[in-house]
Design a protein around this ligand. Structure first.
Ligand SMILES: Nc1nc2c(ncn2[C@@H]2O[C@H](COP(=O)(O)OP(=O)(O)OP(=O)(O)O)[C@@H](O)[C@H]2O)c(=O)[nH]1
Ligand SMILES: [Zn+2]
Length: 381
């Protein structure tokens, strides 16, 4: 007769293996932030409830504002500079994240006008810097960015945080863990691989890599038959839906992608890493926000900053990790961007040569290419 085994209990030795690890907890919190579900951040005994600004609903905003606790709006220094507001004596110019007291009587429209340049500026309220920024503020903004939302969030202090989290099924997470995990190098697990004959070359193979943050997969595409015993002609190409797929004339990405494939085919082989870092890492929605600002006269760097982002939010360590997974340690890199070479080298990949990729100039991207050269260090030859 079959003996029924007891169900898992808290004393089971398997529990520690089953419980989510630090990275998994952070990514679960990121999922909630993206959905607009509040998350509780803790640090050294203090706790705040945080919601990304762009996900705020009126009922959640009203609930926060009705509470007697001070509500703070977190913005990046870049966004504050774009708003051109004086935040008073508490503003420590050194902090990258700024905590602003939400003025009494200010509504959701005020919050959104501070967070998102697409909203008309709400007048009638003076914004003051609340206090020097702390780790929880940095973690809140890092989560919002990682969720590919605008880097702006509301926080409110919370007491009995653990009971509150349990009663409301909220994620509660240490701010230091958030910052450590979001800045750590991601593992890239090889998932699947298959032959892909292409127009440029009949010999080809796609390898799919999955980052250990539950994020979007990256692709490594062998074009032709690259000889791995020699420096491999390689490109780290960041996804550009508008350029790569739609043939946008606003950037050079589509032409660079095609030229890459053609050059690799002509040289009998190369490796194209197609990295899921749309919009220099800010995501498609934010890239279109940046394009809308460019329509108003800002350049590509100013537009990113105006939204609160850095010029470039990409992490090229993922490219180096994939190369290592494929056993590639020496490359000839197709790029005009010296930052890509520097990061590969820092990650232990030897770059024997930079192969320039000067293609795709159009009447519409003259300013974009000039800005990349002037402000982002891109080479013109
Ligand atoms: N935020 C933002 N992203 C843009 C804009 N135009 C293009 N992009 C993104 O910029 C990235 C360009 O990627 P790459 O061509 O690989 O990189 P690069 O830094 O130009 O370097 P090389 O092409 O190697 O010289 C892609 O992720 C595009 O989606 C823009 O105006 N704003
Ligand atoms: Zn592009």
């Amino acid at each position: 007769m079959n003996q029924l085994k007891p169900a898992f209990g808290l004393d089971s030795p398997l529990v520690s293996a089953i419980a989510p690890r630090s990275i998994e907890l952070v990514m679960r919190a990121r999922g909630d932030v993206r959905l607009g579900v509040p998350v509780i951040l803790s640090h050294q005994g203090k706790c705040v409830l945080m919601i990304a600004a762009e996900t705020l609903t009126l009922d959640r905003f009203n609930a926060l504002a009705a509470d007697q606790q001070p509500v703070q709006l977190l913005l990046t220094r870049h966004r504050v500079a774009a708003l051109d507001v004086n935040l008073g004596p508490n503003d420590s110019l050194a902090s990258k994240v700024v905590a602003i007291s939400v003025p009494q009587g200010a509504g959701l429209d005020w919050v959104m006008s501070m967070a998102d340049p697409a909203y008309p500026r709400a007048t009638g309220h003076t914004a003051d810097c609340a206090q020097p920024s702390d780790l929880m503020h940095d973690a809140a903004i890092a989560l919002a960015k990682s969720a590919q939302l605008l880097p702006a969030a509301l926080t409110v202090p919370i007491a009995d945080a653990r009971s509150f989290a349990q009663a409301n099924a909220l994620c509660m997470i240490d701010a230091a863990d958030v910052l450590a995990e979001l800045s750590a190098e991601r593992l890239q697990a090889p998932v699947s691989s298959a032959v892909l004959p292409m127009a440029v070359h009949e010999a080809g193979r796609v390898h799919v890599f999955r980052p250990n943050d539950g994020g979007v997969e990256h692709y490594a595409i062998e074009i032709g038959n690259p000889d791995l015993s020699k420096p491999v002609l390689t490109r780290l190409h960041s996804a550009c839906f508008t350029g790569d797929v739609m043939g946008s004339l606003k950037c050079d990405c589509g032409a660079q992608l095609q030229a890459t494939c053609a050059t690799m085919a002509a040289e009998r082989g190369g490796l194209l890493l197609y990295l899921s870092q749309e919009g220099r890492g800010i995501g498609m929605a934010n890239k279109m926000r940046a394009y809308a600002l460019q329509d108003q006269g800002l350049d590509t760097v100013e537009a990113n900053n105006h939204l609160g982002f850095n010029d470039d939010e990409r992490d090229f360590r993922n490219g180096a990790a994939i190369l290592k997974q494929l056993g590639i340690s020496t490359v000839r890199l197709l790029t005009n961007n010296p930052a890509k070479m520097a990061i590969l080298k820092a990650q232990g990949i030897a770059v024997t040569e930079r192969v320039p990729l000067q293609v795709g100039k159009t009447a519409q991207n003259t300013r974009y290419l000039a800005t990349k050269a002037a402000k982002s260090g891109h080479l013109l030859t």
